[in-house]
Design a protein around this ligand. Structure first.
Ligand code: HEM
Length: 438
């Protein structure tokens, strides 16, 4: 056509160009609309409206005791239960980053107790069955509520994992798909469902709701001292087993926040006892304790913990160590603990050279900050101190302490070797490579 009618060609080209521009504009407008609609949808999804359903319930299930017409737990009900649970537990501020993983577990226990109490309130209000508390309540996405403000990054399933040369002490991001799995402070996974008497936290009772038999009576009967002595293995076998156990589990214990010793549960004055007290009364005539005049065992429940993303559900227990075999008993399970144990030079762990002048090797340093934590001293004021290690149970028995000492010496031997062949390396690099080798 252009060849035949040359003078029309520029007009046609212009028409083609403006058609293409109009098409492009239409696409841009359509794109903008789609983006806007998606944004509105995302905002709608992210900001839950109070009356919306957080958890639909089975309308024919046991949860409708007198609550005709309520077919779900609303977001408003979850927020109200969380506010009340927080108040009851005394959780006043969000956890700091360092409180979320390894280290002293008290702050995490407050969070765990607040979630447990929120669970209890919802369970009572909706008359939930044990199964519903256990299976359904954890499905409420608490990230869409104010719980999120209190939930530490260490428990967030969607936390990003930075690219790092060395692994973290708290075990986070060892599993890149599930960064919290196995980390210090994470809850234990259960092999069997919990059987709390009230479905939330009360110690187990019989099926008919009666108290279970006295635990000391059961253990004294079932685990009688048969005076059988095992001779197939040495004591080192036993201590190594204990050390490996102490690498992978330490159920967070209830301790006095001032002294980090066990609160008293057996003495008089039950009303002032710690709420986690669960003393075991020793039956009269007990073959062992009768000889020592002891009538009560000072037993405390472990601390309540929080689930991944701080979800609701029955009382959970949590691990203070990482569940990886990573020599946490030697290096600690948090950055702060590791810093406390390091010498700060030559990539070494702190040791003491008390017996150096006698030609003897170094020992672990003394535990001075909380001297009675994990340590029984005859004289609390003047008695000798216990040893400091990455795990508070290092002084639990002598062979275990010896293993701790031998492995700390081994780290320092490696550090010296690494420093010798890499004179340009600083403290950090030597320490981390030694940690990695261990
Ligand atoms: C003289 C030797 C030992 C003593 C005095 C001792 C003492 C203790 C004590 C007091 C607890 C805490 C119990 C509680 O409060 O519920 C405990 C927990 C434990 N012990 Fe031992 N123990 C010894 C040896 C061992 C050995 C040889 C092993 C394994 C081979 C072992 C494995 C464990 C485990 C897995 C726990 C639970 C850890 C946790 O998650 O907190 N213990 N032990």
């Amino acid at each position: 056509m252009c060849l035949l009618m040359r003078r029309w060609c520029p007009l046609r080209r212009r028409a083609q160009q403006s058609g293409a521009r109009a098409r492009a504009q239409a696409w841009v407008t359509l794109g903008a609309w789609v983006a806007m609609v998606l944004m509105v949808l995302a905002v709608q999804l992210a900001s839950a409206r109070p009356d919306d359903c957080a958890l639909p319930l089975d309308p024919h299930g046991p949860s409708f005791n007198g609550l005709e017409g309520e077919r779900c737990i609303t977001w408003a009900a979850v927020e109200a239960a969380w506010a009340a649970g927080r108040e009851k537990a005394g959780l006043r501020r969000p956890l700091k980053e360092a409180e979320g993983s390894g280290g002293p577990p008290l702050a995490r226990a407050l969070l765990g107790t607040a979630l447990q109490e929120a669970t209890r309130l919802l369970s009572e209000r909706y008359g939930l069955s044990r199964e519903e508390v256990r299976e359904l309540l954890p499905r409420v996405d608490t990230r869409r509520t104010r719980v999120r403000d209190f939930c530490p990054a260490a428990l967030a399933s969607d936390q990003p994992c930075a690219v790092a040369r060395f692994r973290r002490y708290d075990g986070r991001c060892n599993n890149l798909r599930h960064p919290t799995w196995g980390s210090a402070g994470a809850p234990f996974r259960r092999m069997a469902p919990p059987e709390y008497a009230d479905g939330v936290s009360a110690p187990r009772a019989s099926r008919a709701g009666f108290p279970l038999p006295n635990p000391r009576a059961v253990s004294a009967h079932v685990h009688r001292d048969g005076e059988h002595h095992e001779s197939a293995v040495t004591l080192m076998f036993v201590a190594w087993g204990q050390l490996v156990d102490h690498d992978i589990t330490l159920t967070a214990e209830t301790k006095d926040p001032e002294t980090r010793t066990d609160p008293e549960c057996c003495g008089p004055g039950t009303e002032r006892r710690h709420p986690n007290c669960l003393p075991v009364l020793i039956p009269p005539g007990d073959a062992f304790y009768r000889r020592h005049g002891q009538t009560c065992m000072n037993v405390l429940r472990s601390l309540a913990g929080a689930r991944e993303d701080c979800r609701l559900g029955p009382r959970a227990q949590f691990n203070q160590m990482t569940s990886f075999i990573d020599a946490g008993f030697l290096y600690g399970s948090s950055e702060a603990e590791a810093r406390r144990l390091r010498a700060g030079r030559g990539g070494r762990l702190q040791m003491q050279d008390a017996f150096g002048p006698l030609g003897l090797k170094e020992l672990l340093p003394f535990k001075r900050d909380f001297p009675d934590e994990g340590c029984l001293r005859a004289d609390r004021r003047r008695g000798p101190l216990c040893f400091l290690a990455g795990d508070n149970r290092a002084n639990e028995q002598l062979v275990l302490t010896a293993l701790h000492t031998a492995l700390a010496r081994e780290h320092n031997r490696l550090a010296e070797g690494l420093a010798h062949v890499n004179p340009h390396w600083g403290d950090e690099r030597i320490f981390q490579v030694g940690h990695y080798f261990s």
